[in-house]
Design a protein around this ligand. Sequence first.
Ligand SMILES: Cc1cc2nc3c(=O)[nH]c(=O)nc-3n(C[C@H](O)[C@H](O)[C@H](O)COP(=O)(O)OP(=O)(O)OC[C@H]3O[C@@H](n4cnc5c(N)ncnc54)[C@H](O)[C@@H]3O)c2cc1C
Length: 521
Amino acid sequence: MKIGVLGAGMAGLAAAALLARQGYAVTVLEKAFYPGGSAGFYMRKGKRFPAGATILFGLEPGGLLDELFRPLELGLRPRPLAHPMDVVLSDRTVRVLAGRDEWEQELRRAFPERGEAVLRFWRRLATIAESVHELTRAEPALPLRRAYQLGRLPVLLLRRPELAARLGRYSLWTVGQLLRRCGLEDYRPLREFLDLQLMDAAQVGAEQAALLPASLALDIYRRGSFALPGGTGELAEALEARLLADGGELRRREEALRLEPADGGGWVAVTRRGEHRFDAVVNATGRLELGLGQPDAAAASPPSEEADGSFGAEPLPETGLPGLPADVGGWGAVRLDLRLGAEAFAGTGAEPPPELAHGLPFAWQIKPSPANAALIGDLEGPVYATLHPEEDGERLLTVSAHAPAAGWTGLQRSEYAARKRELSRALREEAARVVPALRGMGEPAGEAGTPATYERFIGKARVGGTPMTVREAILRPRGLFSGQPRLYLAGESVYPGPGTLSSALSGGYAARAVMREQPLR
Ligand SMILES: Cc1cc2nc3c(=O)[nH]c(=O)nc-3n(C[C@H](O)[C@H](O)[C@H](O)COP(=O)(O)OP(=O)(O)OC[C@H]3O[C@@H](n4cnc5c(N)ncnc54)[C@H](O)[C@@H]3O)c2cc1C
């Protein structure tokens, strides 16, 4: 049984490695040279830069990814982050802490005006998150189309009927509704904090984020967040190594141009180098238009006027990038990668975060000034700065933000360069609030990226994933069925949730669908 997996991001690699482990003959076609997609890396002058993700979730013993990857025996050495980030609001800083007691103390300290109410809000949120985590561990895949997609859900609900009641009760709630229920709707500092965290994890702010998945995204740091010694790319490399050891194949720089139905069933993937015939295909590229892979007729139709008003529900403007179907919502990203001397903090009066001394990365989510937010094009989301541990006497600082995906192509070269310079200046200015050495540093060597950069390297400008609105996450999730036989979908474009964790889980669901529907003889 020959299975084709398109795209070697977290979703494609997870699906491919799990299928190869079961004995399927798996070929992965990947557009880029390095595996990992937005959770991979790129090289410049012999140095490695993360392409996107730095913090991983679900790797705690018994965690969602730990369980998913268990059969693969990847031998990862994830390092838990006790204090992964600071969230820098307009008038205060909130430390995100892993320990439950420490976090509750921090909530009291950071939100003194409404400390007790904020604590009650968070405890309620954490209880909901716990239920969602249990539900996810049972591995149901939405939307439910086949009995096997229920996973172990029926057993779980028989054993824990109160879970069904709780999940049912909150299924159509947003985080904004819970704020109102707790009398906190007008408390600006908490809302600002939630908006920054959620824009990162859910692609929408508190008013639009579906409470069930958002509760898990917000409280997930208490379960554990992790860094790998060699960066997130190490996970991609471990999955690739497992795939190859189990007889699979990863064809780098081989972009799937289209899929055509094969005689006698299955698909032919056409690339510039030739054709590959597969019995079934998992499309994990995020390019749903490849080979008729529209999720279904309803999802493919333009969103209606009365849709929930989130950006994900709006069709791309006419000037959108070519080849992207209008129904795939989500943001693009802009970024700036800087290499700083290890003494970057010396003489600034600012202390480097202690995590760095322990060889761990440290991140800041920063509420940008209105002027810079307008320039970047996102008025709600954070500028996200991550300082990486020292390597060869240097520290890498990556600075990124959401930005509208459209409008970066079709520009004159000079126009594009000027916009990129402006953007780099805005990102640098925001990062200088937490790494003050940037102010007096002249122009440190750096690389700036825009949605057009992502489009060029990983084939899609919108890298944020599916917005986690009630509509996208609960009522009309895209899910893994393409509407075509033997063609499954996986990845952040069809499965809402926080980043690498959700993408890998969706790869796992696609692998399960292949195993159930195309069993090995
Ligand atoms: C700046 C940034 C920071 C982030 N930080 C975090 C973080 O700290 N923690 C976290 O959990 N998540 C983070 N994320 C999100 C996370 O990286 C992504 O959600 C996740 O990695 C997406 O995985 P995927 O497999 O769904 O898609 P992708 O990573 O986009 O993978 C798709 C793959 O398909 C390939 N491809 C595309 N078209 C074709 C084609 N036609 N043929 C063959 N191959 C093709 C691409 O090259 C790519 O390798 C971040 C994202 C960004 C952009």
